[in-house]
Every structure is written in structure tokens, then in C-alpha cells.
Design a protein around this ligand. Structure first.
Ligand SMILES: C[S@@+](CC[C@H](N)C(=O)[O-])C[C@H]1O[C@@H](n2cnc3c(N)ncnc32)[C@H](O)[C@@H]1O
Length: 397
């Protein structure tokens, strides 16, 4: 049993919400996944409900679109080619899931409006966003595109309604995960309860809350019970439910997922003995999910193998997997970087701008950072015609 004191930077209302949930739950305990869901997404007190500037320079972390518009523009090029491969249907739905501040959407829509008038006519941009507060930010930024953009919940979309592409950047790592620990030679789940002495959160380990966790390891052919005592890791069951939903809604087209993560063998390597959970507060990261309660982001890496294997059982075929750095380079980032050196600068201010731009583009492909993110593309309902060219982003330079 490990007990956690609340630090001075915690949200007392959120602490109360979680304590009440524990008190009213069977056996007076909740899973870590329930805890993470409340911490991030409680509609009033959750991290994504309260803070207005979590993402970006003033916030706790930044994502690729904060660096340069090029990220959205190059994605836009890839989506355009998908439309061509689909036979240029009269209506193409681009569904962005977990759109943050709406920056990718703004960059993509601006690009298409200016560069691809034919495609612009047939495009419908749909956003699926869990946080009402994030939706407000998105709607503000995307006001100039209100004719083209709509915010929907999954239940507003019929099964097999979407022809186009569903995509996300850093969504799957934000899903609540189950935390597990090997104890007494078998896998057990981490639960939170309250200390009878001082009402602090206490972690306890007990039998897994659902057999889906055992099925998950079995599907991956990982004998987790044989791992060293104290080995701790995560399982993202929410990602599998999400895949099922996306597949149900997609009639014909693609699912493109960008995130940090590993293959299953790297994810569950016996040496990765403390899992992948990471918390972000003011651009610092650590692995204590009980600090800064409600004021820090919390993520876990994505197991791309699980997305591929489970995807297949929902009719999502893997088209390819690559790294963000390679993906962006073949879509044209290399040329854009080369073009920077052709820019003639007249003064120190211009020089500074050029240098900043060069640095931002390099960050997008940095193999020790964003460039190492995984890009997984899956498809559904496509006839694999030999005439179809490969997706540009998956070609090898
Ligand atoms: C880490 S942010 C990434 C934002 C954005 N994609 C970017 O690249 O800047 C995660 C986003 O996913 C949203 N989100 C989390 N779970 C979600 C879910 N189940 N459905 C839709 N959106 C979700 C969060 O509210 C937030 O907007």
C-alpha cells in the first residue's frame, strides 16, 4: 500500500469529487483508469475542463501544430491524396478526433481553401471533442470556417456513414489507462482507496477489474505473469473501444493515428519496469500522477501493435506504419527546410525569424522527439487496386 499526500498545487474540488466517487464505489475503491478519467475529463473540475491554456508555450506541453503550420499543411496533402485514391467522391469527410485548440484544423482548412478549390467544394470537416471547454476554444479559432466545420458526438454519426479519413494527433495517449503490477507472481490491478487515518489516496493492488485485461495480454502473446515482481505497466482498453467505434462509423477510407508509442515487444519489455505514464506541468515532466491534481496533464504511450491487431478484428487493415519525421519529409518538409536557406534576409529581425522557422521544422522531425512519433495508417472498405499509388507519407525517401 502506498499513500499519497496532496501537494499545495491541487484542485480541492476535484479531490472531493474523486473522494466521493471512491466512497460511493463498491469496495470503496476505483481503478486507476477511473481516477485518470476524472482527473483529466471531469466535466467541471477535470484538467481539460478547467484550464484555458494547457497546450502551447504558456501551458504545460506543446504538440506538433504549435511549432509550425507546415504540420497541418503536410497532413492536408496526405488527405488530398486519400481523396484521389477513393476516386474523388462528391463528399469527403475528414473527422478530427481530440482537436485540442483547433490549430491543426485551422491550418488544414486554410491550406485547402487556398490551394485546392476542387477539394474544398466536397470537404466536410467534423470534430469529435470530449472536452466542452476545448470545443469553445476550437469554435472561436475556426469561426472563419463555420460553413465547413461541425462538432458532433459519435452517436450523431450513423454506422457506415463516413467516406473519408478519421485522424488524431496525440489523442490515444490521452485516454485513461489501467495500471497493473506483477505481485506474488501474477498480474494485479492498481486501485485507489482512501486512508482511514487522513483521507489521503492510497494505492492498493488486487485482482484485475475486467477479464479484458487478461485477454489483451493473451492476444499480444505476452505472458505478463512471468514478469519480475514489482513490474508495473499500463493497458489502454479505451483505445480498443475507440477503434471499434471508428470502424463502425467508417464506411470507406482511412484511419490515421499520430502519437508517441512503441510496438508491443518494446512497450512490454521486461526492462521497462515502471511503465510509460507521464505527467506534464509547465513543460516539466515526471511520473507522479498524484501531484498537481487537476493542474497537470497525464499520458501513457500508445501500444501500436495492439491498435493493429485489434483493428484487424474490426475490419481495419494496416496500410503502413512509419515515423513522423519520415512521414513529413516525404510529404515535402525536406524541400521546405531546403528552401529556408534560399531566403534572403535584410536585417537581424528577419534573420531571427528564419532561424526560428528552421528550428521549428527541425523539431517536427527530430528523431529524439516529435520525429520519433509513430504514424499508423489503417483502412476500411477500400478495394486494393494495383492502379492505386502508395500513400505518399508511407513511401520511403
Ligand atoms: C493532448 S490533446 C491533443 C490536441 C491536438 N490534437 C493537438 O495535437 O494539439 C488531447 C485532446 O483530445 C481530447 N480528447 C481526449 N479524449 C477524447 C475522446 N475520447 N474523444 C474526443 N476527444 C478526446 C482532449 O480534450 C484534447 O482536446
Amino acid at each position: 500500500m502506498t499513500s499519497f499526500n496532496m501537494d499545495n498545487n491541487h484542485n480541492q474540488e476535484l479531490y472531493q469529487v474523486i473522494s466521493d466517487r471512491i466512497t460511493n464505489s463498491p469496495q470503496n475503491r476505483i481503478t486507476f483508469a477511473e481516477y485518470m478519467d476524472l482527473v483529466l475529463y471531469h466535466p467541471q473540475q477535470g484538467y481539460y475542463a478547467r484550464k484555458s491554456t494547457q497546450i502551447g508555450a504558456q501551458g504545460d506541453f506543446f504538440t506538433s501544430p504549435h511549432l509550425a503550420q507546415d504540420f497541418g499543411q503536410l497532413l492536408a496533402k496526405q488527405f488530398f491524396q486519400m481523396w484521389e485514391i477513393l476516386g474523388k467522391p462528391n463528399s469527403f469527410q475528414l473527422v478530427e478526433m481530440g482537436a485540442g485548440q483547433g490549430i491543426i484544423a485551422a491550418d488544414i482548412l486554410t491550406y485547402w481553401q487556398q490551394e485546392e478549390p476542387e477539394f474544398w467544394q466536397v470537404l466536410e470537416y467534423i470534430i469529435i471533442e470530449k472536452s466542452p471547454q476545448m470545443q469553445v476554444q476550437q469554435q472561436k479559432l475556426l469561426q472563419p470556417f463555420c460553413q465547413k466545420t461541425q462538432w458532433l458526438d459519435w452517436q450523431d454519426i450513423l454506422d457506415n456513414q463516413i467516406t473519408g479519413c478519421c485522424f488524431s494527433n496525440e489523442l490515444v495517449d490521452a485516454f485513461p489507462v489501467h495500471q497493473l503490477i506483477v505481485k506474488d507472481g501474477k498480474i494485479q490491478e492498481i486501485y485507489l482507496t482512501l486512508s482511514p487515518e487522513n483521507n489521503n489516496f492510497i494505492e492498493i493492488a488486487d485482482m484485475v477489474s475486467t477479464s479484458d485485461i487478461l485477454d489483451y495480454f493473451q492476444t499480444l502473446e505476452i505472458n505478463i505473469n512471468s514478469y519480475p515482481e514489482g513490474y508495473r505497466t499500463e493497458v489502454n482498453l479505451a483505445a480498443l473501444d475507440w477503434l471499434k467505434t471508428v470502424s463502425n462509423k467508417l464506411k470507406s477510407g482511412y484511419l490515421l493515428t499520430i502519437d508517441y508509442g512503441y510496438s508491443a515487444t518494446r512497450y512490454y519489455h521486461p526492462n521497462r519496469s515502471q511503465g510509460t505514464l507521464q505527467c506534464y506541468y509547465k513543460h516539466q515532466y515526471h511520473n507522479n500522477p498524484y501531484l498537481n491534481l487537476g493542474n497537470q496533464d497525464m499520458t501513457a504511450h500508445v501500444n501500436f501493435t495492439a491498435l493493429e491487431i485489434t483493428g484487424k478484428s474490426f475490419d481495419l487493415q494496416t496500410v503502413g506504419f512509419t515515423q513522423q519525421g519520415l512521414f513529413l519529409m516525404v510529404l515535402g518538409l525536406g524541400e521546405r527546410i531546403a528552401n529556408i536557406s534560399q531566403i534572403e534576409v535584410q536585417n537581424a529581425q528577419q534573420m531571427q525569424k528564419v532561424l526560428q522557422r528552421r528550428q521549428a521544422l527541425h523539431q517536427l522531425i527530430d528523431p529524439t522527439g516529435l520525429g520519433n512519433f509513430g504514424v499508423l495508417i489503417q483502412s476500411k472498405g477500400l478495394t486494393q487496386s494495383p492502379q492505386n499509388p502508395p500513400l505518399i507519407g508511407l513511401t520511403v525517401p
